[in-house]
Design a binder for this molecule. Sequence first.
Ligand SMILES: Cc1ncc(COP(=O)(O)O)c(C=O)c1O
Length: 394
Amino acid sequence: MQFPERFSDLPEYAFPRLRALLADHPAGGEVMHMSIGEPKHPMPSFVGQVIAQNLGGFGKYPANDGTPELLEAISGWIGRRYNVAVGPNRIMTLNGTREGLFNAALALSPETRNGARPVILMPNPFYQVYAMAALALGAEPVYVPATAETGFLPDYEALPPEVLDRVTIAYICSPGNPQGAIASREYLARLMALAEKHDFRIFSDECYSEIWRDTPPPGALDVANSTGTDPERVFVFHSLSKRSNLPGLRSGFVAGGPEGIRQIRKLRAFAGAPLPLPIQAVSVAAWNDEAHVEASRALYQAKFDLADRIFADVAGYRCPEGGFFLWLPVPDGEAATLKLWTETGLRVLPGAYLAREVDGINPGAGFIRVALVADHDDTERGLTTLHSCLYGRD
Ligand SMILES: Cc1ncc(COP(=O)(O)O)c(C=O)c1O
């Protein structure tokens, strides 16, 4: 029996690699998980009640595209958050952004570009589904460094025009996982001008948009609107996983141009898994409520302050502008991860597992990713332990 060749370049996913790295080594202390980005703040108090009230919905096949109430609630949220009018015909519900980032590429990336194999651009390091989408489509993934030199965002403008003319989709993530950088309005406007010039689409992964330090990150929809960019060029992905601490609910959306959304809906009418109706009802309540989001953000902001205090003396330390990961510089990310585990029981992720080696360089190799998802006291304990183990003092 044969298997497809197209995924053979893909390394194992980051977490099996982490398990393999640590497997033969006992933990050197009480185990604490700071490797997985699973939100742990309280979920909104209304979730149980809304599910109970809508329980009968599990007995029905749900509407594929989303109920009118859910599409309206999302449209209302976009209007309040970004001050831009995006009607329900420009929105498609998703089972979280991960599958959406994959399936939207399947729906929207053409088979060839200017007669050649298409290119899909992504930052390096990056959220791994972007590469999977490119490989599944037979497109060439191009990993563009998002390092200190480029403000931890990819510099797509620096790519040769012959590459840019083959691009079908450029992924961008803001606030970024793992680096925590926020794309400014200027950055997004320049990217849109590049997309207009070379005729490609932008997939803007904004699932961390509500977790920020000082100012709310700009959204690609809003920048597209103010720059007069063709709405068919820009697709944004949002989720309740991080905004509402509901990673297990599997609820999000993609918004973009009406024709692109029509194509995504068509693909999903054949092959998608619509959100169960009780989940759609909870999602309506979650998009309509900001109080729980503000409370959760305040908890993250207190943890950013904590990190600033603990790592103040670490050269190269940079507090994230948004999201909930620290991207900490170390001489060797795998060695640091192993040392932390064997000496303290703290579990973090080597940065190299979130990046690809290009021309002999893995831009994540000199970092570890540390998730600030636990409560304040546990986070303080974990970060203090980490600092003392890797940076010498506490
Ligand atoms: C950058 C980024 N995009 C997308 C996702 C997917 O999240 P979800 O499918 O829960 O919306 C994650 C999850 O960790 C992420 O970090």
